[in-house]
Design a protein around this ligand. Sequence first.
Ligand code: MG
Ligand code: ZN
Length: 383
Amino acid sequence: MTKKILAFVLSLVMGFTLFAQDKNVAEDGENLKIYDSGEAYQVKTFTQKFKSRKPKNIIFFIGDGMGVSQVHAALTANKGRLFIENLKYTGFSKTSSADNYITDSAAGGTALSSGVKTYNGAIGLDKDKNRVKTILEIAEEKGMATGLVSTSAITHATPASFIAHQSNRNMYEEIAADFLKTDIDVFIGGGYKHFTNRKDGRNLAGELKEKGYTVEKDLNIIANIKSGKLAGFVAEEHPGRLNERGNFLPVAVSTAINILSDNKRGFFLMVEGSQIDWGGHASNTDYIVEDMLDMDKSIGKALEFAAKDGKTLIVLTADHETGGMAVLNGSFETGMVKGEFTTGGHTGVMVPIFAYGPGAEEFIGIMENIEINEKMKKLLPGR
Ligand code: MG
Ligand code: ZN
């Protein structure tokens, strides 16, 4: 009898403890689902008149995990305007991988970099593990300047898909070594430790310097580099969240464009807003909006160059959507936006495509992710 009472009291206490914990989690979770900074930036409208029919330069933005809700959340947060709206040609991309209805960022990145559907986890390899040529490598062969900018480690799946060939996305040290096999002109992101603190004892930062690269960790110095080859590392692993990394992405994009545009034959630059995906995994509206707006401002930097240049194509898309995000409430007056999430993972839903500049009209309608790559390859200038 006393045992039964004891068990009953115990279960009551445990139940209350569990209930209290649940309540805390729910409350924190609710806070994270609302973005409400009140701040907004000015958005410019750029010319839609260009100087050529085919582009000389291509700037390819990938919002990792960016679905329509992520874009709309950012649009609401900035009180109804985004730089992205200058990219007037729009479409949708079907993102499934060779072995899965729902892609990961490695297969998604490889589809966008190389025009092949592959297995989840693959970097620059097809589904039979054959090496595939990336658009960055083709641009290099054509004598164009090339660059990668990312708010994650530069060895992380998305940027890696454009320059490395490895059977698994987690092979960061092998991916770092692949950078040395190329002639990439500029890369800026995190991931310094994968170049310097390695099992094989190689110091790839030293090897990069021998190949003529400026290897620099200070963003203020990186911002003032105007020519030559540049390897910019702002973090050992991943750059921090916005409050830590500051204006890293817009600065890195401007720096990369500045250096690459010296090349008479044009350039190819891939820019990734990496952490939109991480906000989605965390069911965190605040994180998503912060990183969407950061990428939008960077697109503003690219638009400033492209509008003046008149021969630059800008394409923005995503590798997949993350979080199954919906926008449940918002205000264009205050910039408040409330998100809700159906999963902590990726979803299989189509993602948007936006394009600006010569050739932009190619990117309308519903297409496979690999077609985005095929269209960009067809538009590459030169030999
Ligand atoms: Mg990524
Ligand atoms: Zn993800």
